[in-house]
Design a protein around this ligand. Structure first.
Ligand SMILES: *Cc1c(COP(=O)(O)O)cnc(C)c1O
Length: 400
């Protein structure tokens, strides 16, 4: 029917080796160990996946609550497609903003206990929108050294000066705030650090921001839906309201198991984003069916709090077992459990050895993490079982 238009051309193989040549010439020593590769997932996300013909235990997704292939979310998305079609058709300010988006925004505002929320296509763009709306040339963005790349890129693109403080050290931030007295000041931090799993010391950071009259943006991609009594993430965990954390950002692609992101804050903040944020204005709105699925995910998180509880107990189970093995495990109480192995080759070697034992954990290397701290970023989900974790621990004992 398509006359072969959608089949890969025979020369595709040549194109790939061209790319390999680029990488050989474009990268310095040890290029093989940092060359990035995509492995093909056949079928849905979950604790057991089919990876290029191999059935493996998966310990590297961000699907913390095991919702990415949940039938209730799939049903909500299908219903969303019946109601709204597949594409949103336009940007939000033209005619792409649907009833599904507005209902999701209201639910997010209630869930996060903030006056309003704004849905974005993804987290990368939400961060860019926030930072570039608040800061430009002559202003300063302060960021934790281990912040997610999207925050760093957003600061760079804004044209503001980026000053990075020592990881999770409010004293270092204060020092920088103290010596930067001109222009707008915006502090941004991951809530849960994406490659380390530790939780930002938010209360002292929030009070510094108030004292120095700086805007605070918290990117809680990895805490939202799993941390805090109400599962509202790091702000819920610490009990910080919209005054303490004026700009809260989180994504739907992690614990919610879907795709997309949001910013929550007061009326003035959201209105300013809608009026001025180019990464909001000049992009096609999230497909409404995704908003329907994200809405259903929020409901499910509240209806079934056992998922987050089970995740916590699996984290404890894993750490207890790992404690007997003397592994180079970072101190983390979240679903992100990094094993730091040093150079990129060591991480790649360990990842390959685990794959031979039908366990998949992608090696995380520079520039995602600093040189010399390449790692296996183990992630646990509520869909894992203690038996899965036993198998992981046995394999780690043999391989590390
Ligand atoms: C995943 C992630 C993002 C990007 O969100 P997307 O919706 O995937 O673009 C931003 N910040 C952090 C900390 C993340 O982990």
């Amino acid at each position: 029917m398509t006359g072969g238009r959608l089949r890969a051309p025979r020369s595709a193989g040549i194109a790939i080796s061209g790319a390999q040549a680029f990488f050989r010439h474009g990268q310095r020593g040890g290029a093989a160990a940092v060359r990035r590769q995509r492995r093909i997932l056949e079928g849905s996300q979950g604790p057991v996946i089919q990876l290029q013909g191999q059935r493996v235990l998966n310990f590297c997704s961000n699907d913390y609550l095991g919702l990415a292939s949940h039938p209730a979310l799939a049903a909500a998305m299908k219903k969303g497609i019946d109601d709204y079609g597949v594409g949103s058709g336009a940007s939000s300010l033209v005619c792409g903003y649907s009833r599904a988006h507005t209902e999701l925004e209201q639910a997010l505002a209630a869930f996060t206990r903030r006056p309003r929320a704004l849905v974005f296509a993804n987290g990368y763009m939400a961060n860019q929108a926030l930072i570039s709306t608040w800061c430009g040339r002559g202003d300063t963005v302060f960021g934790d050294r281990l912040n997610h790349a999207s925050l760093i890129d957003a600061a760079r693109l804004s044209g503001a000066k980026l000053r990075r403080y020592r990881h999770a050290e409010p004293a270092s931030l204060e020092n920088l705030l103290d010596t930067t007295r001109t222009g707008m000041r915006l502090v941004c931090t991951d809530g849960v650090f994406s490659m380390d799993g530790d939780i930002a010391p938010l209360p002292p950071i929030a009070s510094l921001c108030r004292r120095y009259d700086a805007m605070l943006l918290v990117d809680d991609a990895h805490g939202f839906g799993v941390l805090g009594n109400g599962l509202g993430g790091i702000v819920d965990y610490y009990g910080l309201d919209a005054e303490a954390v004026p700009a809260l950002m989180a994504t739907f692609g992690k614990a919610l198991g879907v795709y997309g992101a949001f910013v929550a804050g007061d009326d003035a903040l959201i209105d300013r984003l809608v009026q001025a944020a180019r990464p909001y204005i000049y992009t096609t709105a999230l497909p409404p069916a995704l908003a329907c699925a994200a809405f259903r995910a929020l409901e499910l998180i509240l209806e079934e709090p056992w998922r987050a509880e089970l995740l916590q107990s699996l984290i404890r189970y894993f750490r207890q077992g790992a404690g007997h093995l003397d592994l180079p495990l970072k101190d983390s109480a979240t679903a992100i459990q990094p094993l730091v192995l040093g150079d990129a080759e060591a991480a790649v070697r360990a990842s390959r050895a685990l794959l031979e034992r039908d366990i998949y954990i992608a090696a995380i290397r520079p520039p995602t993490v600093p040189q010399g701290t390449s790692r296996l970023r183990i992630t646990l989900t509520a869909a894992h079982t203690e038996q899965h974790i036993d198998r992981l621990l046995d394999a780690l004992a043999a391989v590390i």
